[in-house]
Structure formats: structure tokens, C-alpha cells
Design a protein around this ligand. Structure first.
Ligand SMILES: Cc1cc2nc3c(=O)[nH]c(=O)nc-3n(C[C@H](O)[C@H](O)[C@H](O)COP(=O)(O)OP(=O)(O)OC[C@H]3O[C@@H](n4cnc5c(N)ncnc54)[C@H](O)[C@@H]3O)c2cc1C
Length: 278
């Protein structure tokens, strides 16, 4: 199938992108790895594509003031190879190889992935697990949105229709930071059936500030708060028993199987969190 006809404009400034987003049925084009597929299948038919790939200053990855900032146009492959991400954002480093295949990671952007908000995607769950935030610019200027307020529903975010996501930020990992990541997919590179991104603080021989963000189990990335509390109290078995998830059946698996797999992943990730130097 071919896409419905659309106009195309490559913008040279953020202001121009914001202004054009005011036009009826306009849509931003970043890496195109999700958008073009939806156009080809005629799941969406925007009248105007606003290509933001030429915008300067939106693809930097840096560590500053205890935070890692990733520009919206940073490609997945760029993050995968980044020393800054490897050293200061190890959870994102662990997740990157699971995102699609190399050709997809060469074009797909981190901003596109967060803005698209696929509930089975890795990066939204990482952002939530790390208590990160999103910068967006619209007609009223720039604002910052916490991850917990950003993912609103199925493919739905807190971005207003005329806002461009410009960067994401996560706390830089220090010595006491622990992270864990695991997912189950039919084939490596497929979207996950169920996945888990987690962060915590080392606390003696145990953990505190545990954040478990599941993906593939709901309309958004989902925190398992009762399991977080049980894991912080020291028991992996109790955490699995407390798993407070309510997935639906989908094309990949039944709800029952997803709940079972969520427990399997929790055991794997809990071990990673408890390992020194994880
Ligand atoms: C075969 C295949 C397998 C894949 N597997 C995975 C996977 O396992 N895990 C995974 O997470 N992803 C997967 N993806 C998707 C991939 O990660 C995409 O790159 C990503 O979801 C979207 O990023 P993009 O830059 O390509 O965005 P685009 O496709 O260009 O845009 C996606 C949506 O986000 C909007 N958008 C883009 N950038 C911005 C911005 N800066 N501000 C506001 N809105 C914006 C667009 O308007 C559009 O609605 C897969 C894709 C394919 C084709």
C-alpha cells in the first residue's frame, strides 16, 4: 500500500516547526521508523509532514550538573555507541540493543520513540524507571514534563498538538545507583511481549528507592508499586507475589501469560539490581 498524498516541508528552525504544527493535520517527521509505517498502512494520513531532521542542536548527548541530557534527534545508534550513555545512563545503554534492528536504530530517534509512546517500547519505560523528564517547546515557549505525567494513554502523551519534544533528561548514575533491564520478545529486535526497566539505590546489602517500570502490559509504561515496596523490604518472592499488574490479552500473548512472564522478568531484574556494579 502507498501513503495518501501529503505535503512536505523541511524546517530550519524550531519556531518554524512550531508554527507549521498549527496547520491542520500537520505531523512532525523525525526518524520516520514508526510514522512512515503508519502512513504506508494508511493508519494515519497527515496533510503535511514537517521534517525536523535539519534542526541544529537537537542531537547532543551530554552530562551536566548530575543529569544526562539527550537531544530529541539523537539516533538510537548514536546513544548505543555513546560513552556518556554507557557511563552515566547505564539503564538506557542496556535497553538500546533491544530496540528493533541496526537499520532502524540508525534512523530512529530517542525523541521520536518517547513522543510516539508505544506501550511496548523500551525507552518510555526507561524514562519512567529513572524518574526522568521531557523538554517541549510550543507557541507559549518551553516547559518540562516529568515522565510520570507524560505518558497519558495508548500512544497518547502530555504533548500539546503544537509542541515539539526537544530533549529528555535522566539523573546521571552515581556509585549508589543500581539498574536492571530484561525483556521477552519472540525474536531479538521485535517489540517486547513484556519488558521491565528498573532503577534503585544500593542500601547496605539491600535496595531503596526501587522503581519498576513494565512495558507491554498496559496502555502506557506501568509502575508496579506494591512489588517495588516488597523488593525494597528485601524479598524477591514477596515482590513477585505482590506484582500489581493488570495486562490485557493482545496479539502477542494472553494476560495470564504476560503476568507470569512479568514475574520471571522481576526475578532476573531483581538479581541485576542487587549485584554491586550493575
Ligand atoms: C520493524 C521495526 C521494529 C521496531 N522495533 C522497535 C522496538 O523493538 N522497540 C522500540 O522502542 N521501537 C521499535 N521500533 C520503532 C523505532 O524505535 C522508532 O524509531 C521510534 O519509535 C520512533 O522514532 P522515529 O524517530 O523513527 O519517529 P517518527 O517515526 O519520525 O515519528 C513517530 C511519531 O512521533 C512524532 N515525533 C517524532 N519526533 C518528535 C518530536 N521531537 N516531538 C514531537 N513529536 C515527535 C511524529 O510526529 C510521529 O507521530 C521499530 C520500528 C520498526 C520499523
Amino acid at each position: 500500500m502507498k501513503p495518501a498524498p501529503f505535503a512536505y516541508k523541511k524546517v530550519r528552525s524550531l519556531d518554524e516547526a512550531v508554527a507549521l504544527l498549527g496547520e491542520k493535520d500537520a505531523r512532525l517527521l523525525a526518524g520516520g521508523q514508526s510514522l512512515i509505517a503508519t502512513l504506508n498502512m494508511r493508519l494515519s494520513s497527515p496533510s503535511l509532514l514537517i521534517d525536523i531532521n535539519g534542526l541544529d542542536g537537537l542531537s547532543n548527548i551530554s552530562e551536566k550538573g548530575g543529569a544526562v541530557e539527550i537531544g530529541a534527534l539523537a539516533r538510537h545508534a548514536q546513544a548505543e555507541r555513546s560513552d556518556v550513555i554507557a557511563k552515566h545512563a547505564p539503564l538506557i545503554a542496556r535497553a538500546m540493543p533491544h530496540i528493533g534492528h541496526p537499520a532502524i536504530r540508525n534512523r530512529g530517534t530517542l525523541g521520536g520513540s518517547i513522543a510516539f509512546a508505544d506501550p511496548a517500547a523500551e525507552l518510555p519505560a526507561c524514562l519512567l524507571a529513572l524518574d526522568g523528564e521531557v523538554d517541549a517547546t510550543g507557541p507559549k515557549g518551553k516547559r518540562t514534563i516529568k515522565a510520570q505525567d507524560f505518558f497519558r494513554g495508548l500512544f497518547e502523551t502530555a504533548l500539546a498538538p503544537q509542541e515539539v519534544l526537544t530533549a529528555i533528561r535522566v539523573p546521571a548514575a552515581d556509585k549508589g545507583a543500581r539498574v536492571g533491564f530484561a525483556e521477552l520478545a519472540r525474536r531479538h529486535g521485535d517489540y517486547a511481549i513484556v519488558g521491565l526497566a528498573a532503577s534503585a539505590r544500593a542500601d547496605g546489602k539491600g535496595l531503596s528507592n526501587v522503581r519498576l517500570a513494565y512495558f507491554g502490559v498496559g496502555n502506557t509504561p506501568v509502575r508496579a508499586k506494591k512489588a517495588e515496596a516488597a523488593l525494597a523490604s528485601g524479598s524477591i518472592d514477596a515482590a513477585v507475589a505482590a506484582l500489581d499488574l493488570d495486562p490485557n490479552d493482545d496479539v502477542m500473548a494472553t494476560a495470564r501469560l504476560k503476568k507470569h512472564l512479568a514475574g520471571v522478568l522481576l526475578r532476573r531484574v531483581a538479581k541485576q539490581l542487587l549485584e554491586a556494579g550493575s
